[in-house]
Write a protein that binds this ligand. Structure first.
Ligand code: NAD
Length: 471
């Protein structure tokens, strides 16, 4: 179902009614207790795995339609990524779900203390368009693993993938507990009005605030996976050829429309020319002489975003690329040299194939500028110096840091993924996702057979002295 074609009152009422019906169905399902059962969770994760394996051709076609993603990229960053996530989750689920024993203080003896990961209930997942499959199904994996019911709302800006998700999920999964609704702003607004037990949102900061405001009406907990400008710092001791190769890979994957893509490069002036030369050579190596026409190079999601990207180039020193094809909605890999710090391209998240390169005498000169900006989702540093690595990893706050590579940290399910400050709140992937979508319920269980009266009134200085020792 799509809500974009009609804005009549009747139609909107229908939308709202559908949202309420699905919400109630999920709540009813949750109340049966079936999702608490680890075998139910595992069966759903196995079913999702079958979906991804059996339908990989159709999914790759949809991703190609929406974003011009080639098969390899679709596999690595969407389907294969999800299959790894499922495998890791199924392998560790029993251990994650076990009560976690903790020690009990002397004052509470005899007794034991433990933490139970309790499912939250009905979870709403709102996805973004740039990885339209991964960004709804990875939170879905965590939600199922943690024993929740879940409603998926894929991004309307990737319509082929969204429609396919809606078609396939009910075919493979238990639709009474895992459902999909398609649509844009109107349906999402209706959904956000409901008292979800948790809302997991991926997308931009502006809508992130809308989500958080809506959640506050019911005090629903939220995970906000947002974006921002992820800096990429290149220090003089870096291996320039490898650095350039890895920057090109991470920047132009999905045409730069990746939340953790290097947004801009800051390079020490003594290696700037070498780096630019190496990046240009790598673009040719990876995408050929006419990169925008390469089968391995994607397209911009829509004309509005292409226009936004074009506006970043106005008045800038474009040293490579810059070609735009409106008909096919593409922009070539583009390098800008030394844009002013207050230029539009340096104020907004680029989220496209433009890479500004800023030279600085020493990285340390730029740290105050970087630290004055909102905290990024990712920080990249290329250096061979342990001292530089330690200093920058400690000094600059970011959701994640990756030294001497770009984006690769996402392949490790042992690493929690999420932002800090304006780049988001909460984290997922692997156990972090399981914990994020669970309530970690504290339990203390005591015995009747010993009841030291020291904590009960009437109090005395002797009792107080004993309590000071015991508590
Ligand atoms: P988008 O346009 O797909 O919007 C995201 C979701 O919000 C969609 O499902 C959409 O239907 C919904 N939405 C849009 N407007 C709404 C409104 N007014 N009210 C309620 N819901 C609404 O995606 P986007 O915002 O263009 O995404 C790009 C941003 O997302 C970038 O900043 C990027 O860095 C960030 N992002 C972050 C991650 C991450 O994992 N942290 C991943 C991908 C993208």
């Amino acid at each position: 179902m799509s809500d974009s074609s009609n804005s009549s009152g009747e139609y909107l009422q229908e939308n709202a009614a559908q949202s309420v019906a699905v919400y109630e169905q999920l709540k009813t399902s949750f109340d049966t207790g079936k999702t608490f059962d680890l075998s139910w969770r595992k069966s759903q994760l196995d079913a999702l795995k079958r979906l991804l394996e059996n339908e990989s051709d159709a999914l790759q076609d949809a991703l190609y339609k929406d974003l011009g993603k080639c098969k390899t990229e679709s596999w690595v960053s969407e389907i294969g990524f999800l299959l790894n996530d499922i495998e890791h989750t199924v392998k560790h689920l029993k251990r994650w779900a076990k009560p976690r024993k903790v020690s009990t203080p002397m004052a509470a003896q005899p007794g034991k203390s433990y933490i139970i990961a309790e499912p939250l209930g009905a979870v709403l997942v709102i996805g973004a368009w740039n990885y339209p499959l991964q960004l709804v199904l990875a939170p879905c994996i965590a939600a199922i693993a943690a024993g929740n019911c879940v409603l998926l709302k894929p991004s309307e800006l990737a319509p082929a993938t969204s429609a396919l998700i809606q078609k396939l999920i009910p075919r493979y999964l238990d639709n009474s507990a895992i459902a999909v609704i398609e649509g844009g702003k109107a349906i999402t607004t209706d959904l956000l009005a409901l008292p979800w037990d948790h809302i997991f949102y991926t997308g931009g900061e502006t809508v992130g605030k809308i989500v958080m405001q809506a959640a506050s009406q019911h005090l629903s907990s939220v995970t906000l996976e947002l974006g921002g400008k992820s800096p990429c710092l290149v220090e003089r001791s870096a291996d320039i050829a490898v650095t350039a190769r890895r920057i090109v890979w991470g920047k132009w994957m999905n045409c730069g429309q990746t939340c953790v893509a290097p947004d801009y490069v800051v390079v020490e002036a003594c290696v700037k020319d070498a780096l630019i030369k190496a990046i240009k050579a790598e673009i040719r190596e990876q995408y050929g002489k006419s990169p925008a026409n390469s089968e391995d190079y994607g397209k911009i999601i829509n004309a509005r975003h292409l226009q936004r990207l074009e506006s970043y180039l106005e008045g800038m020193n474009v040293i490579s690329g810059g070609q735009v094809d409106h008909e096919n909605c593409t922009m070539a890999p583009t390098l800008i040299e030394n844009p002013p710090i207050d230029a539009l391209v340096m104020r907004e998240e680029i989220f496209g194939p433009i890479l500004p390169i800023i030279a600085t005498t020493q990285l340390s000169d730029m740290l105050p500028v970087i630290k004055a900006q909102p905290k990024p989702l990712a920080l990249y540093l290329f250096t061979s110096s342990k001292t530089v690595e330690q200093r920058i990893v400690r000094q600059v706050s970011a959701g994640s840091v990756c030294v001497n590579d770009t984006i690769m940290f996402m392949t490790n399910p042992e690493l929690p993924f999420g932002g800090v400050g304006t780049s988001g709140m909460g984290r997922y992937h692997g156990k972090a996702g399981f914990d994020e979508l669970s309530h970690l319920k504290a339990v203390m269980s005591r015995k009747f057979w010993m009841d030291v009266k020291v904590r009960y009134a009437p109090f005395s200085s002797l009792k107080l002295a004993a309590l000071k020792k015991l508590l």
